[in-house]
Each structure stands twice: as C-alpha cells, then as structure tokens.
Design a protein around this ligand. Structure first.
Ligand code: NAD
Ligand code: HSO
Ligand code: ZN
Length: 430
C-alpha cells in the first residue's frame, strides 16, 4: 500500500520530509560498477562493449549485428501499420513545431564606447542519443531526443539503444528513420554512454550525450560529464497529481499508474483536499492494477514509492509540491492557472482535468525528457539549446579601445599581469 499522509496530523512535517528525502536512485554500488564499466570501455573499446552486451542484454553483437543501417530503419517505417504511422507522424510534427520555436537568435549591439559585441549560436557537430530499451522500448523517446537535435542543426545524430535478447523493436527503428537519425547502435547501459564519450574502434565519439535511462545510464552520464556535454539527469519517471473531489477517481488513478508502470523505482503522488476522494482513488488504483498488463511493475512502484497526501486546503500544495520538484505535475482542479502561478519547481506542468501527463509523453509537443529526483529545482527538460552552444564576440576599432583600454591596463597591472597590460597599451599608443 502507498504512504497515506494528512497535513493536519501531528507527525506530518517529519513524514513529508522523509518522503522528499527518500532516495530511489543510484547507490554507491552503482557508482563503482559504472566506473568499472567506463574504464573497461575506455581501455578495451569494442571488446568491452561486446562483453557487457553479452552479460546485460544477453546477445552477441558479432552475430546479431552492431549497427542497424538506415535502409533497415526505412523499411521499418515503410512497413508500419498506417494508423500507427499517422500517430508517429502527428507526434513528430507537433514535437518539431514546439522545438522550432526554441531556436535562439544571435545577438549583436554596439555600445556608447563603440564596442560591438554579441553572441552567435551554433550546433554541436555530433550528438549521442540514449534511447532506453531495458524494461520497455520507447519510440516516443527517439522522437523527443532526435527532433531537437535536428532542429538545432547537429551534423551527426547517433542513437544507442539496448536490444535485450537481441530483439529489435521495429517502431523504434521507424521513429529513428522518421526523425533523421544517422547511426543506430545496439548497445545500452553505462557501456553505451562510455562508447559515445570516448569512442571505440567502430563508434566515433560525440560531443554531447542526452536522453533518459536507468540508474546505470544516469550515473555514467554524471561520471562522463566534462569528457562530453550532457543534458541533465533524467531517471525513473515521477508524477505529482493535484486533484479536487470534482474529478473522476478512475481518471486520476490511471494518471498515477501511467508513471508507476514505467519502473519499480518510479514515483506517483496524489495531493487532494478531500479524504473521501483520496479513498476513492486508492480503491480505483487497486482495481486498475489488477487489470494492467504492467501491473507487477506498477504495483511495486505504487507500494514502495507511491503516496496519497490529504491537505486541509489546496492552497498548501504549491509549497509542498515545490519541495518535491517533480518531473511532472498535473493540476486537475477548477482553476489550474492560479495554482500554476504559485508553482516554482516542476519539469512539466499539465493544466486542467483534460490534460493527462501521458498526452505529453507522446503528442503534445514539449519534450518528455525531463529532470527527475528533485532536479527540476535547477534543471529543465531537454531542448534545442542542449544541442547548441553560444560563442560570444567582441569587435573594437581605435576609438573603442581608446575609450575602454586604459581601464583594462589598470586592472591588468593591479593583477600583476604585465603582458596583459602591454597587449592593450600597445594599441593605445599607436
Ligand atoms: N525522465 C525521462 O524523461 C524518462 C523518459 C523515458 C524513460 N525514463 C526512464 O528510463 C528508465 C529506463 O530504464 P530501463 O532499465 O528500461 O532501460 P535502460 O535502457 O535505461 O537500461 C538498460 C540497460 O541497463 C544496463 N543494466 C541493467 N542491469 C544492470 C546491472 N546490474 N549492471 C550494469 N548495467 C545494467 C544494461 O546495460 C541494459 O542494457 C526507466 O526508469 C524510465 O522510467 C525516463
Ligand atoms: N513518462 C516518460 C518520461 O518521464 C516518457 C515516456 C515514454 N513513453 C511513455 N512515457
Ligand atoms: Zn510515461
């Protein structure tokens, strides 16, 4: 059974703090294991990839094939059931439209001293996309990772995804073809992240690695940041649903289970101001769990990490939710905008009774790769900017350096750096 809390109870503050602080992710053992995997890939390249794939994904890359070529992906797209293809295309179009609006503009201005300065945005040359494939394959994550990279103008888009037992998901390949992925490699876990970062005999290294994944993937990204750029840490999915009694308990139960079914370490939390509604949702969750094909995973997540929090007033919710900084926040209340205006930390917010989080996982448009584990306090969802960087520029003529150069000479001299001072002073004397 999930945790049940009531904000009016004496022990609420401590119990809620324990919920906020509860760790569902990598422990020290994962860090050590990942460090060993990363070192092995760095030292032994493809041989280490083959060993780890045999061990964790249970197939032999030399016989099942390392790379899936473009024509296989195109064939998968051509062979898709028409209704599914339409759905994938609708998703791709909407994701592309949302992300196109994120493209940043270059800037340039000349100030009163005559100094022209600004910034020019450019894409990284090569991006690695991690598409999870361990417990489930996510064609939607192919689109969410690849489309912003494409919009940014990345030259080489490299996807890695594990194929457990050698089984390839044709919808994942179709999505890769639709999104214009250049390379698809059948590797996963920490070893795939290390291969993208350092390169191996077969796989050329990339400049940035993005995408969600399990604890080993997340830890590998953390350890390799600096060798490559990363987006953020996107781990096991989470949802906070805020619902008043005017909702259908069955809808809200389904919303909670939609994220619980991802992973036993996922987390679903309900806030409501009505104890009777809380009971109704709890009962609905139990009923729906019995009917879900993913019931075992969802049950494990709900029992270990789920929570139902009854509050005296929904006014309390923004402050409580901000402490969780959830990946997803659903506001199924009469005036969702008023609550949203008071929320500071969340990866993505869903406003209104007809905005279930699952629509954002697939077709709404904004990215579903979002910070988890309270990282929405400082991180944002995957965007075009994760594939771009800014180069600043400064242009001066004789008048401009005459105006600001003496201050630079003074500061360089004060810092004890005479070559800096001389470099500027030479232009002042000319
Ligand atoms: N936050 C987001 O935006 C978002 C989006 C989609 C999915 N997700 C999350 O991504 C996660 C995907 O996890 P997954 O496991 O299904 O797939 P995955 O592809 O992330 O991980 C599978 C890989 O993990 C490695 N692995 C498994 N057991 C290991 C072990 N004992 N030691 C070392 N390596 C091991 C293997 O290499 C395997 O290939 C889920 O938690 C899901 O909730 C998050
Ligand atoms: N909810 C996940 C992100 O947290 C993304 C996803 C993919 N498919 C279904 N859901
Ligand atoms: Zn989901």
């Amino acid at each position: 059974m999930p945790l049940r809390l009531d904000s009016r109870d004496a022990g609420f503050a401590a119990a809620f703090t324990a919920l906020v602080d509860g760790r569902r992710e990598a422990d020290a053992d994962v860090s050590r294991d990942v460090a060993a995997i990363v070192a092995a890939v760095r030292e032994r390249g493809d041989a280490a990839l083959a060993d780890h794939t045999r061990r964790f994904d249970r197939h032999d890359l030399d016989s099942s094939g390392w790379r899936i070529d473009r024509s296989t992906c195109d064939t998968a797209l051509a062979g898709l059931d028409p209704a599914l293809r339409q759905a994938l295309e609708l998703a791709a179009t909407r994701i592309a439209a949302y992300h196109a609006a994120q493209r940043p503009a270059d800037s340039s201005r000349t100030d009163e001293a005559g100094v022209r300065m600004g910034a020019r945005w450019g894409a990284v040359e090569a991006a690695g996309l991690y598409v999870p494939g361990g417990r489930a394959a996510y064609p939607s994550s192919v689109l969410m990772n690849a489309i912003p990279a494409k919009v940014a103008g990345v030259d080489r888009i490299v996807m890695v995804t594990p194929t457990p037992d050698g089984v390839v998901n044709p919808l994942v390949l179709a999505a890769a073809a639709l999104a214009g992925v250049d390379e698809v490699w059948r590797i996963g876990g920490a070893q795939a992240i290390a291969a993208l970062a350092y390169g191996t005999e077969r796989i050329r290294p990339v400049d940035v690695v993005v995408g969600p994944g399990n604890a080993w993937v997340a830890e590998a990204k953390r350890q390799l940041y600096g060798v490559v750029g990363i987006d953020m840490v996107a781990g096991p999915s989470e949802i906070v649903v805020v619902a008043d009694k005017d909702n259908d308990p069955a809808w809200i139960a389904a919303d909670l289970l939609s994220q619980a079914e991802h992973d036993p370490t996922s987390q679903s939390i309900l806030f409501t101001d009505d104890a009777g509604f809380a009971d109704a949702v709890a009962a609905e969750v139990e009923a729906q769990l019995g009917r879900l094909a993913t019931g075992a995973t969802a049950r494990a997540s709900w029992d270990a990490n789920g929570a139902i929090v009854t509050v005296a007033s929904l006014d309390e919710v923004p402050a409580l939710s901000d402490r969780l900084a959830p990946e997803h926040l659903e506001l199924a209340v009469a005036d969702p905008q008023a609550l949203f205006d008071r929320v500071r930390h969340a990866g993505s917010v869903f406003l209104g009774r007809h905005a279930p989080e699952a629509v954002g996982d697939y077709v709404a448009g904004p990215n579903h790769v979002l910070p988890t584990g309270r990282r929405a306090r400082f991180a944002s969802g995957l965007s075009v900017l994760d594939f771009m960087k800014r180069t600043s520029f400064i242009a001066l003529d004789a008048a401009a350096i005459a105006a600001i150069g003496p201050a630079a000479v003074a500061l360089a001299t004060a810092e004890g750096l005479p070559a800096h001072a001389a470099s500027v002073a030479a232009r002042l004397e000319a």
